[in-house]
Design a protein around this ligand. Structure first.
Ligand SMILES: Nc1nc2c(ncn2[C@@H]2O[C@H](COP(=O)(O)OP(=O)(O)OP(=O)(O)O)[C@@H](O)[C@H]2O)c(=O)[nH]1
Ligand SMILES: [Mg+2]
Length: 151
């Protein structure tokens, strides 16, 4: 099956998004290493923020059919370098997370993702309210990613 790799800064909501996509009823813990769980590959935020980890992301991306680059809608910080997604040599879609938070700015987050190299579709989601999760889940299924597959 096609694997999807989730990439983005520390605290952007990657693991929480994985939990929402899989319908896991558990809070996200800090991700300390690359986690392969069925068709989903979750990565620690440090891997996209500290250049010496980039090779690990590049190698892991070779296992994936698709990358989701995640951006928190509630932060003004710019955490990814321009064109970062292009380095991964895979189709890259975007996910703007935490759109439920007061002060969330989806348009700003989407433009951050475009600057970071997302050329494909961008999804706007909240793991708290469930908004946008079904649409992303359907998209992933259409791309051959089985969200329920386990090791
Ligand atoms: N309000 C709100 N909070 C969220 C949402 N998604 C994630 N969070 C919160 O954001 C914090 C970080 O979430 P994680 O999923 O651990 O972030 P991560 O990107 O996996 O972080 P690393 O594993 O450190 O790379 C947690 O406190 C989550 O509860 C969301 O959609 N809405
Ligand atoms: Mg995590």
């Amino acid at each position: 099956m096609a694997k999807v790799m989730i990439v983005g800064p520390v605290g952007a909501g990657k693991t929480t998004l994985v939990n929402a996509l899989r319908d896991y009823q558990r809070p996200a813990c800090k991700t300390a290493s690359i986690i392969f769980d069925g068709d989903i590959i979750d990565t620690p935020g440090e891997y996209s923020q500290i250049p010496r980890f980039y090779p690990a992301l590049l190698v892991t991306a070779m296992d994936a059919a698709l990358v989701i680059l995640v951006q928190d809608a509630s932060t003004r910080e710019v955490s990814l370098p321009p064109g970062f997604g292009g380095m991964l040599a895979r189709p890259v879609v975007g996910a703007v997370t935490k759109i439920d938070l007061p002060g969330a700015d989806s348009a700003r987050a989407a433009s951050r993702l475009r600057a970071a190299g997302v050329r494909d579709k961008i999804f706007f989601v909240s793991a708290m309210t469930g908004q946008g999760i079904e649409e992303l889940s359907q998209f992933l299924n259409e791309r051959g990613c089985n969200l329920w597959a386990k090791h």
